[in-house]
Design a protein. Structure first.
Ligand code: FAD
Ligand code: SF4
Length: 513
């Protein structure tokens, strides 16, 4: 009689120890995990991202083995490693008699295609199963918006709250309002002392040495003896506890604030733990709600609602958009932007304080918070007309949490408006006024935030008007943008000409800014 044996693939971002696959030890099942060059080389990654993923994967594989599961692990330097997912799978299937192959649905379209192609040629049975991580399935968002003209995040968010009973009481709002955005988003007072972030002290030198022994190209720096990111579920839970206790009470208030040398303020830094599935979004939300219930005097409701919205709203929404719109989404360039990324995006060497700080901390920590990504680096790239492929390449590489499903929807969609308004209803661009309102950057900048033209005029000011002038035919009709053109039309002709001339000068000399 033929013995049934199953080979199950666990990808590097599927470190979900609570997946039903692992409920019981089954001697007929072999799990395979692998560190492969196709994954290290599809983008120019930050060194902390490459190392962080591999350390977390190794730890996960060890914990599976310790629990009694049979695991095959291909490390980067394993001579048997064929350095691609299909090649390693084929090798295992050739060497042993398996009767079934199984994988969890990948989050990335690229990997989905690789696995579908692989399975199409398999002579044995196969199946793909849910990752049991998200609130939604891939097609939930598309089903929800079927027949509707716009894909408004707020309506999706409300539906998610209703469906999953989050911050609801028997189908009714806990408080009278869905969204408390207007209570959030304050500038940090100068005298405020920020609570230092919880960082870990992981020694990741062995993996760094293995990566350094290859010709894998990376960016950024790493302190391998004191690696700060959580690399397993225990550390991820510690970071979650720290967040709800020390950061949630001020999360919403200072969600959009930016302060030099303060790299994460009251943000959770849970994106790496969640995107690798070491933590589930539902347990993060449950922990935040429980902390609020236990101590409503310390955590105002608007802080909690702002946080919940990011996860059950934006995170699930972006995933739904990705699966609804890929692969076309990856080719969109509504504004026909073609410029290269300024050189200093890779070094942080610019006189613009906001960009120097945001890029500098990204290279140092593989992290920047949302408003730095959106309103500093993203804002500038959009104003400068950088090609969306180049912008995507940068974001996909530099952040430890960057996986295409959540990177491209944020970058090409929300930040670069290359989707023409699928994700956001207007481009996220601003002059110096917004950055100054939310940050402490401008006061010590080489450039003058108040100047629009002339020596040391802040580049954001002229580039902002140049952007709107250049894209008038595509943007003017939008009801959320029309006001900008009214202001532009009211300006004197010579002032407009001076602004456009200043912008042209900056764009021509962009690498010297
Ligand atoms: P917090 O501010 O503490 O927020 C809590 C959680 O909410 C995050 O961990 C994240 O899971 C979720 N969240 C918040 N905003 C968003 C959003 N817009 N989309 C999806 N989830 C959100 N996020 C990634 O996880 N990977 C990326 O590659 C990524 N690229 C981005 C690129 C650009 C241009 C922009 C503007 C945003 C990007 N984001 C990305 C979204 C967001 O900036 C990060 O999720 C967040 O900064 C991660 O830090 P945190 O965990 O401290 O978040
Ligand atoms: Fe950035 Fe302009 Fe402010 Fe300088 S003045 S920090 S370049 S917005």
């Amino acid at each position: 009689m033929k013995v049934s044996r199953t080979l199950r693939l666990v990808l590097g971002d599927q470190l979900n120890s609570r997946h039903s696959w692992f409920d019981a030890v089954d001697d007929s099942v072999t799990y395979v995990m692998m560190e492969v060059r196709t994954e290290t080389d599809y983008a120019l990654h930050h060194i902390q991202k490459v190392v962080g993923f591999f350390v977390a994967m190794r730890g996960f594989s060890e914990s599976l083995s310790a629990a009694g599961h049979h695991v095959v692990y291909f490390s980067l330097d394993d001579p048997a490693n064929r350095q691609s997912i299909p090649a390693n799978l084929q090798q295992l299937l050739d060497a042993e008699t398996y009767t079934q192959f199984e994988y969890q649905y990948p989050d990335e379209y690229r990997v989905d295609v690789i696995l579908k192609d692989f399975c199409a040629a398999l002579p044995i049975a196969w199946q793909a199963v849910e990752t049991e991580h998200f609130y939604t399935r891939r097609e939930t968002l598309a089903d929800f918006f079927a027949g509707k003209k716009t894909l408004l995040m707020e309506s999706f968010y409300r539906e998610m709250r209703r469906k999953h009973g989050v911050l609801m009481d028997c189908g009714q709002l806990l408080t009278g309002q869905w969204n408390y955005d207007e209570d959030n988003r304050k500038k940090l007072p100068r005298e405020h002392r920020v609570t230092p972030p919880l960082v870990f002290d992981n020694d990741v030198s062995p993996i760094l040495s293995a990566v350094n022994a290859t010709d894998i190209n990376t960016i950024g720096t790493i302190d391998a003896r004191h690696f700060v990111w959580p690399v397993n579920r225990e550390q991820s839970l510690q970071l979650l506890d720290f967040f709800v206790e020390a950061c949630l009470p001020l999360f919403g208030s200072y969600q959009d604030a930016m302060v030099p040398q303060q790299w994460s303020l009251y943000h959770s830094r849970l994106s790496f733990s969640m995107n690798t599935k070491m933590l589930a979004p539902a347990e993060v939300i449950d922990a935040a709600v429980a902390a609020w219930q236990a101590n409503p005097d310390a955590i105002a409701y608007h802080q909690l609602e702002g946080f919940v919205r990011q996860i059950i709203g934006w995170r699930e929404y972006m995933r739904g958009i990705y699966w609804m719109k890929m692969p076309e989404f990856g080719t969109l360039n509504f504004l026909d932007h073609q410029a290269p990324l300024p050189e200093w995006y890779w070094t942080g060497k610019t006189k613009m304080h906001c960009l120097r700080d945001s890029i500098g901390q990204s290279l140092q920590w593989a992290y920047a918070h949302h408003i730095q990504r959106l309103m500093v680096t993203g804002n500038f790239a959009l104003l400068a007309g950088v090609a969306p492929d180049a912008v995507d390449g940068w974001y996909l590489g530099i952040y430890i949490d960057a996986l295409e499903w959540v990177e491209i929807t944020n970058t090409r969609g929300m930040s670069q408006f290359a989707d023409g308004g699928i994700v956001g209803t207007k481009p996220y661009v601003s002059s110096a006024a917004y950055i100054d309102r939310m940050s402490h950057y401008c006061g010590t900048c080489y450039y003058n935030k108040a100047k629009k033209t002339g020596d040391k005029a802040c580049p954001f000011n002229s580039l902002y008007w140049n952007f709107y002038d250049r894209h008038r035919d595509k943007l003017e009709r939008s009801p959320r943008i029309g006001m900008v053109y009214k202001l532009w039309d009211r300006m004197k002709q010579e002032d407009k000409a001076a602004l456009l001339e200043q912008a042209t000068f900056y764009l021509t000399n962009i690498d010297k800014l």
